[in-house]
Ligand binder design. Structure first.
Ligand code: PMT
Length: 221
């Protein structure tokens, strides 16, 4: 992104997976590597933003000029985001768990003698993006969500744009090579009320710059 595009703005980016602990040795996670969110945070910083990166458990270096807060679970990610507010822009690139175990077992869950199944009860996690988008005191001028979809990408993305009252949603296809989770590349389309932009597929690092440029554009709109 061009230098100065987000000059003086405070931008919060979430990245990576969350891990929801079952017991001291096991957790529920997902395949997010954090690459997309880290690239966006790096790009925002290059564009002059004061960047705060709330990162789930990932193996990535902190981008230059970015303040990083490491978290593990969805509940911890929510807490870190709320503490980082107010901000001008929020970008939710993290793959936040939708469910977490109802209870954490302080001792390792053992195989029981009887039966071949184990039932784990899960409860919904807080929806960080919806909460951020609905907070009047957050100071936000633009709230950006990501949508990871396997099919009807446009349909689900537009649904989330409306349901979560977002300014912009970035849909990426998952479950195909060269896009989505873990890959260095992505294929993304952004949707807003009254418009959309399909970015040329390619490296996440370049797509992050394209997204920052679009964010700067939408903030002027
Ligand atoms: O990390 P990488 O390996 O580079 O992969 C990048 C990515 C595919 C993870 C990323 O580009 C992406 O699409 N992130 C969002 C993935 C996702 O979980 O989408 P979702 O449809 O479940 O969630 C929609 C939006 O709500 C997201 O902005 C998510 O951050 C947010 N959300 C979801 C659940 C929840 N409890 N709280 C949230 O804030």
């Amino acid at each position: 992104a061009g230098p100065g595009l987000l000059q003086g703005l405070r931008v919060i980016v979430t990245a990576g997976p969350t891990y929801e602990d079952l017991d001291p040795v096991r957790y529920l996670g997902n395949r997010s590597s954090g690459k997309m969110g880290f690239a966006v945070a790096a790009s925002a910083a290059r564009a002059g933003a004061e960047g705060v990166l709330v990162a789930g458990p990932v193996q990535l270096p902190t981008p230059p000029g970015v303040q990083r807060v490491d978290v593990r679970s969805a509940v911890q990610m929510r807490q870190a985001v709320m503490e980082a507010l107010p901000a001008d822009v929020y970008i939710g690139a993290a793959a936040v768990a939708d469910y977490t175990p109802r209870s954490f077992s302080p001792s390792k869950i053992k195989k029981t003698g009887a039966g071949q199944t184990l039932t784990v009860e899960l409860v919904r996690t807080p929806d960080i993006l919806s909460e951020v988008a609905s907070r009047e005191d957050a100071g936000l001028k633009l709230v950006v969500g990501f949508a990871a979809e396997t099919d009807d990408v446009a349909g689900y993305a537009r649904q989330k744009l409306a349901a979560k009252r977002l300014d912009l949603i970035v849909a990426n296809r998952v479950g195909v090579p060269g896009s989505g989770f873990e890959s260095d590349d992505n294929a993304m389309t952004a949707y807003w009320n009254g418009g959309e932009r399909e970015f040329p597929p390619g490296p996440k690092v370049r797509l992050a710059d394209d997204l920052v440029a679009l964010i700067a554009e939408r903030m002027r709109a």
